[in-house]
Design a protein. Structure first.
Length: 318
């Protein structure tokens, strides 16, 4: 038995080692090409950043507030504004034909939508915004956040990887925590009022959940890394748009697949994470992997909805 275990460990180490080497080679190749493009336009971005910095007269709180709050909020509401038009009117059909749960939110209940918008705004203004105050002083302590020199593109990619890893770990375990019966009843049940979610529902949550699961997992990475405000702005905006895509209810072409989290809203006890890595390790995606939704869980590279190319199996007559 010990020999089998050692053999298994050797095979695992070989596979992981080979995978890391291949991944590193690919990342270095891609990042080299992207870095060249970045260097070509780097002077423009550096000049634009300095103009913005001096326009704000170097006022760090103003720069931080605009970068960490205003720009991500605008990205969130602009993206979700387009989705809400489709949810309410059923148009444009270019969006609505990609609906995941057919017949749901067609059109969306406007009373529920107004409540979701109200709660999302309250969470942004009265929860997320105050949390930026201690974050601001932590970033000032690092001393790099308001540097006049932008970070190198390769370093930003490293930061982005670390941010994503930290968010996956913190979100997965905090999410499972609020699914405990007592916490679910008093906290997380609010978010699960939407079994067929829409984009704005991504931050429709109890304030405690918004702190633990929505905000802290995204904030911790930049605070640990002492990131530049431009990196923070890009990360916060990306995180808000990505979670909106996960909740939007449409599997749109060329965007990340929302099937994973949509299935969580449908079944409640599957698919707790963001990337799905911890779900795989903990076996909390077993039922999901046996469904057509799992087959559709990929980036759509054509204009044919996956609900048409990979339809649900017809129910057997009782």
């Amino acid at each position: 038995q010990d020999e089998k275990f050692r053999d298994a460990m050797k095979i695992t180490a070989y596979v992981l080692g080979t995978g890391v080497l291949v991944f590193t080679a690919l990342v270095n190749s891609v990042s080299w090409y992207v870095q060249n493009i970045w260097d070509t336009s780097g002077h423009f971005w550096q000049s634009a950043w300095l103009k913005f910095y001096y326009m704000c007269e170097g006022e760090e709180w103003t720069i931080f507030l605009l970068g960490a709050a205003l720009v991500p909020a605008l990205a969130f509401w602009c993206f979700n504004g387009i989705l809400m038009v489709a949810d309410v009117t059923g148009k444009p059909t270019f969006i609505t034909r990609y609906r995941i749960q057919m017949g749901k939110n067609d059109p969306v209940d406007t009373k529920k939508l107004r409540q979701a918008i109200y709660t999302a705004l309250c969470n942004q203004f009265f929860v997320s915004l105050p949390m930026l105050v201690p974050m601001f002083y932590i970033m000032k302590w690092w001393g790099n956040t308001f540097s006049k020199e932008l970070p190198a593109f390769r370093w930003f990619l490293v930061e982005l990887s670390i941010f994503t890893l930290i968010e996956e770990i913190l979100f997965y375990y905090s999410h499972r925590l609020v699914h405990l019966p007592l916490l679910y009843k008093h906290i997380h049940k609010k978010h699960h009022e939407w079994t067929a979610p829409i984009g704005v529902v991504s931050i429709y949550a109890h304030p405690v959940e918004h702190i633990l699961s929505n905000t802290l997992p995204v904030m911790i990475g930049p605070m640990i890394m002492g990131s530049h405000i431009v990196s923070i702005t890009a990360w916060f905006s990306l995180a808000l748009i990505t979670t909106s895509i996960s909740h939007c209810g449409y599997h749109l072409p060329f965007l990340p697949s929302p099937e994973f989290h949509d299935f969580h809203h449908l079944k409640f006890n599957q698919c707790y994470g963001v990337l799905g890595v911890l779900d795989y390790l903990h076996g909390t995606d077993t039922a999901f992997r046996q469904t057509k939704a799992y087959e559709r869980h990929k980036v759509l590279l054509s204009l044919t909805p996956l609900s048409e190319s990979i339809p649900e199996e017809p129910r057997k007559a009782e």
